[in-house]
Write a protein that binds this ligand. Structure first.
Ligand code: NI
Length: 285
């Protein structure tokens, strides 16, 4: 069978070469060579370029994730006593970029928080399951990514309920925190959503503006420049460029001594350090 295909391929190749319209006699096809198995030699002297030293690894940590309901409603960072940070990825899951990011996180023993859009959860439940299986946290980022401050209460309630149910169907877990789309949510909405769903509203303190696609190097350098203890970093696994930026970003943060925890773990640390005023970021996607 395989021989038949090879023979057929050669016939077609000869036919196509023969139809180029030249009057000159054509050289004979090296039929025997084309059909012979390709011989390769092992290049034993080549090695894939290694990192500068071993790949940095996030430390193994057993941390509680049960944050206090009375800790507050809105957070853009959390005052902590040590160099703990939470990196968050919004707008996924995305079938190519999210798995690629998961590989990078796994290689470094980093747990992240994924603020997923419910409609994408319904489209790619297998990616959601992998996120959970590898120990990451999932938060709600609404069902259809509309600006909450323009929605009525019943629409907001519907967005949150549908997202919670989609995540439950896909992976058997529930979101514990909410990141409103564009960070846009009225104080009145934050209060009733927190009371009804129990979600703290999670904003961010480091924003690389990666959704504007400034290039992987810019995304990386902005995150490295902006991150301090207690930071909540905003990024988007929807964009390939953001994921391209992650190896250098994650390694750079680890080399600076930062330890990655999930948002719930970071919230659970609140009260362990003197209170630092949280800053309100400008709304952005
Ligand atoms: Ni978003």
């Amino acid at each position: 069978m395989k021989r038949l295909f090879i023979a057929l391929g050669l016939v077609l190749l000869s036919a196509s070469l023969g139809s180029c319209g030249s009057d000159k006699p054509k050289p004979l096809m090296p039929v025997a060579h084309a059909a012979a198995p390709l011989k390769t030699t092992n290049n034993k002297s080549y090695r894939t370029p290694a990192l500068n030293g071993p790949m940095p690894r996030n430390p193994d940590m057993t941390l509680r994730a049960d944050f206090s309901k009375g800790a507050g409603i809105s957070f853009s960072r959390v005052p902590v006593a040590d160099k703990y940070i939470a990196i968050t990825f919004d707008d996924g899951p995305q079938p190519q970029n999210t798995p690629r990011l998961l590989d990078m996180l796994r290689a470094r023993n980093i747990k992240a928080t994924f603020y997923m859009v419910g409609s994408n959860v319904d489209l790619y439940p297998q990616v959601v399951r992998r996120v959970v299986a590898e120990g990451h946290e999932i938060g709600s980022h609404s069902y259809s990514h509309r600006l909450f401050s323009k929605l009525g209460d019943s629409e907001v309630r519907d967005e949150l309920t549908r997202t919670r149910d989609a995540i439950g169907r896909a992976a058997g877990v529930q979101p514990r925190t909410l990141r409103p789309p564009y960070g846009g949510m009225l104080q009145r909405q934050r209060e009733w959503v927190n009371a009804e769903f129990g979600y703290p509203i999670i904003l961010w303190s480091v924003d690389p503006l990666d959704w504007k696609r400034p290039g992987a190097a810019a995304v990386s350098s902005r995150i490295l420049a902006g991150t301090t203890a207690g930071s909540i970093i905003l990024a988007h696994d929807l964009h390939a460029q953001t994921v391209d930026a992650m190896p250098a970003t994650l390694d750079g943060l680890l080399r600076r001594g930062f330890k990655f925890v999930t948002v719930s773990q970071l919230l659970a640390m609140k009260g362990e350090a003197p209170n630092v005023p949280a800053t309100e970021p400008a709304p952005a996607p």
